[in-house]
Design a protein. Structure first.
Length: 341
């Protein structure tokens, strides 16, 4: 059987996420009732012929790993995970660029992805069918956690000549809040509401396109959520005077009061050419899977990554076996539980 690796866009034109494609995946709480449009929701381990049939320990098995936009941190980090997993197991990993967290949840629920990187707040909302419109009354019952990774720093990016120096300066501006339905857009909408910023024109693209919009003067600011340094912002800073709008003091407390997932964070001085640290907030990146994944596959992936952290080059100050359950917001997959104990 040929596995379909095409990106499934389930984001409605309004900016909300249409979860009709999840119907049939979440019913009954086990995600095993069949997929949207009559498509099968078998996992990659079931769709790929293996000699041993044990989900990655007796023959080659291909797994689909959904990341994020190529200008963020998810995509290059996922490719580093691919390298260590393929080097330590018989698994073959297909990394796919996507719209990130919210889209990735849908892909996991439908079985289009076997593993994905998402934000811990989006995971919580999805599993509990609450918090954001995308998941209201549409709990993703088969979503499971594997490990948390690193802080997802909230960057409000602008340029020196826009006149945007504080969150209140965002009123009346044109703001890119991230891809429609992405975790970035979720965070941006929450934060802007918490800051009392309601009068603005919204644009929606990925990080790389937002960088071009800033450079061309098409927008005044952009939300980027990712572990610093984010590649798209670094590229922008190579030619432009980048500023990170600080979230501090009462503004920071307002944001933290709006949702339990936000924590104090800062972008260090020197990053993106900043002269001083930029206080802000963060959520946390995590690896997620679905309940249909074989325990042996999830255990093998977990072990491969966390026993070979020394082979990674991205976010290595944060990624470790010891911290991999900090901020875990949903139930662990049994395979991950077997490894982390």
């Amino acid at each position: 059987m040929t596995r379909k690796l095409d990106r499934r866009q389930f984001i409605a034109a309004t900016g909300a996420v249409g979860l009709a494609g999840l119907a049939g995946c979440t019913g009954g709480g086990d995600g095993g009732d069949g997929g949207d449009g009559g498509e099968e929701t078998t996992t990659a381990a079931e769709e790929t012929t293996t000699e041993g049939g044990d989900g990655g320990n007796g023959g080659e098995t291909r797994i689909s790993w959904h990341a994020g936009g190529t200008g963020g941190t998810y995509f290059p980090l996922s490719n580093e995970f691919k390298s260590v997993i393929e080097g330590a197991t018989d698994l073959t990993v297909q990394v796919q660029s996507t719209g990130a967290s919210v889209e990735n949840v849908g892909s996991l629920a439908r079985g289009d992805a076997d593993f994905a990187l998402i934000q811990n707040d989006v995971a919580f909302f999805a599993k509990n069918g609450s918090g954001i419109e995308a998941f209201q009354g549409n709990a993703v019952e088969n979503l499971r956690g594997v490990a948390t990774l690193y802080p997802e720093t909230i960057h409000i990016v602008t340029l020196a000549d826009t006149g945007v120096e504080t969150p209140s300066d965002l009123s009346g501006k044109t703001i890119n809040t991230g891809d429609l339905g992405s975790g970035t857009q979720v965070n941006a909408n929450q934060i802007l509401e918490a800051l009392g910023v309601t009068d603005y024109d919204e644009q929606n693209t990925g990080f790389s396109q937002a960088s071009d919009q800033l450079k061309n003067g098409d927008i005044d600011a952009a939300f980027v959520v990712g572990g610093w340094p984010v590649g798209a912002i670094e590229e922008l800073a190579a030619t432009e005077d980048v500023r990170i709008v600080p979230i501090e003091g009462d503004a920071r407390e307002a944001v933290k009061g709006a949702a339990p997932f936000y924590a104090n964070d800062e972008v260090p001085a020197g990053t993106y050419g900043l002269e001083n640290p930029a206080p802000t907030v963060s959520v946390k990146a995590m690896i997620a899977t679905n309940a249909e994944q074989p325990d042996a596959t999830v255990q093998a992936v977990s072990e491969a990554i966390f026993e070979n952290v020394d082979q990674l080059t991205i976010k290595t100050n944060f990624i470790s076996k010891e911290s991999a359950q900090e901020g875990m917001s949903i139930d662990l997959h049994p395979g991950a539980q077997a490894y982390f104990g």
